[in-house]
Design a protein around this ligand. Sequence first.
Ligand SMILES: NC(=O)c1ccc[n+]([C@@H]2O[C@H](COP(=O)([O-])OP(=O)(O)OC[C@H]3O[C@@H](n4cnc5c(N)ncnc54)[C@H](O)[C@@H]3O)[C@@H](O)[C@H]2O)c1
Length: 253
Amino acid sequence: MTKKLDGKVAIVTGAASGMGKTIAELYAAEGAKVVAADFDADSLKRVVDGIKAADGNVSAVVTDMSKSDDIANMVDFAVKTYGTIDILVNNAGIMDNFKTVATADKDLWDRIMAVNLTGPFLAIHDAVKIMHNNPNGGVIVNNASIGGLGGSWGGAAYVASKHGLVGLTQNIAATLGMFSNIRANAIAPGGVNTNIAKTLTDIDPMGIKATGDPSNNPMGEPKDIAKLALFLGSDDSKFINGTTVTADGGVTA
Ligand SMILES: NC(=O)c1ccc[n+]([C@@H]2O[C@H](COP(=O)([O-])OP(=O)(O)OC[C@H]3O[C@@H](n4cnc5c(N)ncnc54)[C@H](O)[C@@H]3O)[C@@H](O)[C@H]2O)c1
């Protein structure tokens, strides 16, 4: 039976945990050659070993998405290992403890922007050079957030970074989409059951208040988002370009 991503080369960032892990697993199960990238080398190895044990075609490249040299190396690695890049999933992202514009400082702002926005920009910048020479073009899937659509669901830096990622997605579609077969879409998940909550160590009470009580909200599972990333990465969505698909169980409806 034909698989949705047969023979496609896909980079997935933040592949050691949560949605990135599940996207990498699903892409490999659907026939993709997956370049799994993350800066957590031990967890990445466990994920890659699991995909290989399930007969998936996957290679790991330890990558810190806040470092431009690492990102350039990730793209080079994909081309050297598999010959091209068909799909780039910018999934790696970090939260900011819901710090408001009053309580966030420049270090936090710079860290969030580096991982959530500058890293994806650099990865896209490097990957589209390969995609332009690829007869099949290329597909970019950016994992944003419902924090990229409204003013809450994160602190000032997180919300600004995710709005930036949504805007970058639209700009790619509006510019590259006009004269190439490269397309870009974003996903805006609501609450999803991953490890990201464990990184919240010093939550700003004022910042989280704006989101209401998250325990009332429906929670998604990584697979719910991975299935959407599969649709957006595959030819099933070939006429969809520049959109952001919300997947939040209706929270923002
Ligand atoms: N979980 C949610 O409720 C939720 C909601 C909306 C959006 N998101 C977004 O989804 C994406 C995935 O998050 P998740 O919930 O699966 O989180 P997670 O914490 O379970 O996984 C994130 C992965 O990214 C990696 N990572 C972090 N910083 C990195 C860096 N500098 N370089 C390389 N890898 C790095 C981590 O090591 C981890 O493996 C993020 O962009 C996040 O903002 C999450």
